[in-house]
Structure formats: C-alpha cells, structure tokens
Design a protein around this ligand. Structure first.
Ligand code: AMP
Ligand code: ZN
Length: 149
C-alpha cells in the first residue's frame, strides 16, 4: 500500500474529506494552506457552520500529531471571530468528536465551528443540507473577511 500525503491510499479514496482535499468532491472552501483546510458544513446547525481539517488523513484525535493539532487550533483562533461576525452570531460553539461512540460520523479528524444565537439550537449536527446558493453566499463573505484580516 502506497503511503502519501493522505497516509493509507485506500483510506483516502473512500474518505469524503480526502476527496474534498483532492478536489474530487465539491465543497465551499474558506481557506487552505500546507497543513489545514476549512470549508462549510453541508448540513449546518446555523449559517456559517464550518469544519477545519488537517490535510493528512487521521480518523480522529488519537493519531493526530501535536503539530497538526496546533495548526487546526491556530486556524480556528483566526477564523472564529470572522465567522461570528459574518454570521451575526452572539457566540460560537466548537465541537470535536472522536469515534462512533462519541457521535462522530465522518472519520477524518475535524473541528466544528458553529455560530450560536440566543434561543437558537444547541446542536452538533444540522438536520438537513443547506441550499447550495446560501452556502456559496456565506462562504464568499467569510473568504472576503479573511483576506481583510
Ligand atoms: P461528525 O459527526 O463530527 O463526524 O460531523 C461530520 C460533519 O460532516 C457533519 O456535520 C456533516 O454534515 C458534515 N459533512 C458530511 N459530508 C460533508 C460534505 N461532503 N461536505 C461538507 N460537510 C459534510
Ligand atoms: Zn480523509
């Protein structure tokens, strides 16, 4: 089995987030560098619900390196206030699930950033996919805010 950026190649071929990284599945991408990628969750709890992933495939936290974890955390620190502002939220929840027992459903490590509103749902998973046009619109706003800093 060939080892590459994604680790085990068969894992990468079957992992939806590895497909997004490889450009083989669509996503509303917010940011990418040599370590991390962020994109909108397809079934958001609230508008602006974002996922941050390491480029290298890890099923969950247990195999992630400290360096990768730091890269995800630093991107979250930069992105959180921007997402909160663009989505006009009053707070922002961060969730990160490890293993089916914890409720994880996609087995490529990821951190959820979920804009929170007073009286709004306190969920980790959204109930249905958002309209692609709504995702595209907020993604464009977040990308623009990111470039301004
Ligand atoms: P978790 O339960 O923490 O593993 O969350 C997985 C998240 O990935 C869920 O909130 C899904 O809505 C989201 N998701 C699944 N497939 C995609 C996709 N193709 N693009 C964006 N988000 C996705
Ligand atoms: Zn993956």
């Amino acid at each position: 089995m060939q080892q590459g950026l994604f680790g085990d190649e068969s894992v990468a071929q079957n992992c939806i987030f590895c497909k997004i990284i490889a450009g083989k599945a669509p996503a509303h991408i917010l940011y990418r560098d040599e370590q991390v990628l962020s994109f909108l969750d397809i079934s958001p709890v609230s508008a602006g619900h974002t996922l941050i992933i390491p480029l290298k495939h890890h099923d969950n936290l247990f195999t992630l390196s400290g360096e990768e974890m730091t890269a995800v955390a630093l991107h979250a620190k930069r992105l959180a206030p921007i997402i909160k502002r663009v989505s006009k939220a009053e707070g922002l929840a961060i969730h990160q699930l490890n293993g089916r027992a914890a409720g994880q459903t996609v087995f490529h490590y990821h951190m959820h950033l979920i804009p929170s509103h007073h009286g709004g749902p306190k969920l980790i998973h959204g109930r249905r996919p958002a309209a692609p046009s709504a995702l595209a619109e907020i993604a464009a706003d977040i990308r623009q805010a990111l470039t301004k800093g």
